[in-house]
Ligand binder design. Structure first.
Ligand code: OGA
Ligand code: NI
Length: 346
């Protein structure tokens, strides 16, 4: 299908190409400055090796996580404890699913987001202003894991193993983030931030005219925290001080980013930052985004700014909401380029 084009996106992508070759800064439609990356900005890469071994080193890691979460909203982690083989197998499993016979894939095609395994192209095809050059499948792996037979054979075992590993990394990360906020290590875990996990696997085919579309439109993630596995193709970018910054693939690393719900409970201390994926002449590009969020589990649990972080000088910025309410708002709008967070501001 040929994606609908929006003039603004076209202009931006066109300008960006132009800027790459001319090395100057320009204001596009008063929207944002696009820069060439003459002095490329590199997001932090944090080595987690010592987190459970050395308390002094752990404090140093917590400082880096705090700094990255406050100023970037994004960082990469190495020595995160997930074996390289598990990462490779996950990527291979995703590829096997998307590249198998169409008859096998058809069985899983649906737009019913309550299904255990959902395979389609552009979850927001009927709500977003433009379509993206991307196919996706997703599955809720926790707190109620699918039965193995509910997952396609092509990636069943790898999804189970990868989810187990990502869950324990997630618990470690929520521990570091809790300490970074000055809270007890298990504070965020006790708030059930690590309770729900959705695996969202993307397949970005090679695109003959990448300047006319995007792999994923600008958005922020609607969860507490995202752990992202990306392959070596590249194209993921985040918005930092009005510039699109590349998040380059680092072999063996995982990309971590703060989600909207974490920005909400940290009362804007941690930033859920907008990001996008460029389309590419080279492909496919494969990525797996692991969303920590209880998603559509019916729960009346309210999330608002954490009381311990509030004071007279730091009053709550957001009203309380449920994960369901937040997600419903997100799904009603799709990737339309605006953050649902503003809707929940007091
Ligand atoms: C996402 C996302 C980035 C990627 O799924 O929310 O931003 O690299 N994915 O596919
Ligand atoms: Ni995202």
């Amino acid at each position: 299908m040929r994606p609908k084009l929006v003039l603004k996106d076209l202009l931006m992508l066109g300008f960006q190409k132009f800027l790459k070759s001319s090395s100057i800064h320009l204001k596009v439609q008063g929207d944002r400055t696009l820069s060439t990356g003459k002095n490329p900005v590199i997001i932090p890469v944090i080595d987690l090796e010592a987190i459970d071994k050395d308390p002094v080193k752990r404090r140093g890691i917590v400082d880096k996580v705090r700094d990255a979460s406050e100023t970037w909203g994004f960082f990469q982690v190495i020595n995160h404890g997930i074996p390289a083989g598990v990462l490779e197998e996950m990527g291979a499993g995703v590829r096997r699913f998307f590249e198998q016979d169409i008859e096998m894939k058809k069985i899983f095609y649906t737009r019913d987001a309550t299904k255990k395994f959902v395979y389609n192209s552009n979850f927001d095809l009927y709500t977003a202003p433009v379509a993206n050059w991307r196919d996706t499948f997703f599955s809720y792996m926790a707190p109620y894991p699918p039965k193995p037979e509910e997952l396609p054979e092509a990636c069943r075992d790898t999804m189970m193993e990868f989810s187990k590993q990502v869950t324990s990394l997630g618990i470690s990360l929520f521990g570091l983030l809790s300490e970074a906020l000055g809270l007890k290590t298990d504070h965020l875990e006790k708030m059930d931030c690590a309770e729900g996990l959705a695996l969202i696997s993307h397949y970005y085919p090679a695109c003959p005219e990448p300047e006319l579309t995007l792999g994923t439109s600008k958005h922020s993630d609607n969860d507490f925290l995202t752990v992202l596995l990306q392959d070596q193709i590249g194209g993921l970018q985040m918005l930092h001080q009005d510039q699109w910054i590349d998040i380059p693939p680092v072999p063996g690393a995982l990309v971590i980013n703060i989600g909207d719900l974490m920005q909400l409970i940290s009362n804007d201390r941690f930033k859920s930052v907008e990001h996008r994926v460029l389309a590419n002449r080279i492909g496919p590009r494969i990525s797996v985004a692991c969303f920590f969020s209880t998603s559509f589990q019916p729960s009346s649990k309210l999330y608002g700014p954490i009381k311990e972080l509030l004071s007279e000088d730091n009053p709550p910025v957001y009203r309380e909401t449920t994960v369901n309410e937040y997600l419903s708002y997100f799904y009603d709008h799709g990737l339309d380029g605006t953050s649902p967070l503003t809707h929940f501001k007091l």
